[in-house]
Design a protein around this ligand. Structure first.
Ligand SMILES: [Zn+2]
Length: 525
């Protein structure tokens, strides 16, 4: 007897923001590491064969279309299975006819036919026939959600009649840009008991660079569906937004862009696409770009040129995913977002809106580990909203400053090197006995001297201008107001920014009625 140790279909290994490294196990026991990018394979043309992608990019998972297989290769795929047709032994996900409905308006099969067919061709991950909303009106969106939910119920009923399932079944959430419909659909899908979830039809949002809306839709779906099962994003488009999708809770995503862009002579980079006629250098070291010059590429016959650009584009997509996974392991996904946000102003705008949304960052903080093996780099006011900073500030406030019963607080510049002897002299000169020594000028507000070598304070790097950022000064004022210090001594520092910080702290404290005595460093020495 074979005993299979089955600990569940999805296991989260490491989290960062809402992104996670996970292990997705199929019913046949194959395991895929997530987040995973699924190249879309056209089962008829196989322009870039799945076997090439597996061999050259170590792809563990691809997606193809069950509806096209049903219409064009039914008997052959029933005989050979979908893996046989694709000549690919990894994990295969099959989309239903949803994409065709989005493109052509309708398909001529029912959800029952597709469900039975997907099981019969031994697909590993199966999508029921859903009705994409696209960018339709509210009325049409309501209709697509209702039809999708009816189809999902039919699929669940068909599957329940079978003694065994081969595939992991995916519940698709529709609703387009209508957040209440997305939430409603996600609630219903969650109740149905699917193995995985997917968010449908965001492609039109991406094509029109409406990233803010896309992220809102994603967060709405994810927060309603919960965090226990994997979420797939259909049509993830350009690699510059992969990191954002992952940071908002997407575990797997597919895209046909690598080929569609290539057909249009568009060469992908990590931050955008460049039209071949405007490209003067091959800005990539992938095996394709390393073996050809830009002049040679431009002169190739169309078919060969498209194939090479598509292969290069695939390398870019896979490299992006590797970078995202490394960032999650290092606990610096937010820093990757900060870099990627600079790819396009709309993406930057959307990133800003995500970071400033209290409900989103609260959930992200909950899923971000308490420690990371890499330090924390802070660049600007947006970095100050990242989970580690929020958390450290809150803990300082709750565990240190709140109702602190010490008479004196001595505020020292964070960049000051002062010996213990000099510090004692300074305190006795001012008749101070009971005192908290607090460092100002760092991103966390005031830092108690005794915590300066602990995480995350010692591991944080930040530019000097941040010392006098309004957000930082406000934090200092809040910390002082929560405490019960009766005397504040502030030692002015050296350097433009730290002096500016001292000045602002003094002004703000006086504004709220806190008395500050400023000591000048040169007069103290
Ligand atoms: Zn390349």
């Amino acid at each position: 007897m074979v005993v299979r140790c089955f600990v569940g279909l999805f296991e989260v290994v490491v989290e960062d923001l809402l992104g996670r490294i996970g292990r997705l196990r199929t019913r046949s026991g194959k395991v895929v590491e997530t987040p995973a990018f699924l190249p879309v394979i056209n089962p008829i043309r196989q322009d870039i064969p799945a076997s090439w992608i597996a061999e050259n990019l170590r792809a563990e998972i691809v997606i193809t279309n069950a509806y096209i297989l049903y219409k064009r290769l039914r008997n052959e795929v029933l005989e050979k299975t979908v893996h046989g047709i694709l000549e690919f032994n990894g994990v295969v996900m099959t989309d239903s006819g949803g994409y065709q409905i989005l493109e052509y308006g309708e398909v001529d099969v029912g959800p029952e036919d597709i469900a039975v067919f997907e099981e019969a061709i031994k697909t590993d991950i199966a999508v029921p026939l859903d009705i994409p909303t696209g960018l339709s009106s509210r009325e049409q969106a309501v209709e697509s959600v209702e039809k999708t939910l009816r189809n999902l119920e039919t699929t669940i009923r068909i599957l329940a009649e079978r003694s065994e399932k081969h595939a992991l079944w995916v519940g698709t959430v529709q609703g387009g840009v209508h957040l209440d419909l997305v939430r409603f659909c996600a609630e219903k899908v969650r109740e149905m008991g699917f193995d995985m979830y997917a968010l449908g039809s965001p492609t039109p949002l991406m094509e029109s660079y409406r990233f803010s809306k896309l992220f809102e839709v994603l967060f709405t779906a994810k927060s309603t569906l919960g965090y226990d099962k994997p979420l797939h994003l259909f049509g993830a488009g350009h690699p510059m937004m992969f990191a954002f999708a992952v940071a908002l809770g997407v575990d797997t995503f597919d895209s046909a862009s690598y080929y569609l862009y290539a057909e249009d002579d568009r060469y992908m980079t990590g931050t955008g696409t460049i039209r071949l006629d405007r490209l003067d250098y091959l800005v990539c070291e992938c095996p394709i770009c390393s073996n050809i010059t830009i002049e040679e590429l431009k002169k190739l016959p169309r078919k060969e040129r498209v194939e090479l650009i598509a292969k290069h584009n695939l390398y870019v997509c896979f490299r992006e995913v590797a970078e995202i996974k490394q960032a999650i392991k290092d606990g610096r996904l937010v820093e990757l977002l900060e870099i990627k946000a600079r790819s396009h102003p709309s993406l930057y705008q959307a990133f800003r809106e995500v970071v400033l949304r209290k409900d989103i960052v609260e959930v992200m903080e909950h899923h971000t580990p308490l420690y990371s093996r890499r330090g924390i780099n802070i660049y600007d006011d947006l970095s100050l909203k990242r989970p580690e900073v929020r958390r450290a500030r809150r803990k300082l406030l709750e565990n240190f400053f709140k109702n602190r019963e010490v008479e004196y607080a001595l505020l020292l510049p964070i960049n000051l090197n002062i010996s213990k002897r000099r510090l004692e002299e300074l305190l006795s000169k001012h008749g101070v006995k009971e005192v908290d020594i607090l460092l100002y000028g760092g991103p966390y507000g005031l830092l108690p001297l005794e915590l300066r070598y602990t995480y995350p304070f010692a591991q944080t790097e930040f530019p000097k201008h941040l010392s006098c950022e309004e957000d930082v000064v406000e934090t200092v004022v809040q910390q002082i107001r929560e405490s019960r210090y009766r005397n504040i001594l502030l030692l002015e520092g050296r350097g433009v920014y730290i002096r500016e910080a001292a000045k602002k702290i003094e002004e703000k404290l006086r504004e709220v009625g806190v008395k500050v005595e400023v000591l000048y460093i040169d007069r103290e020495s």
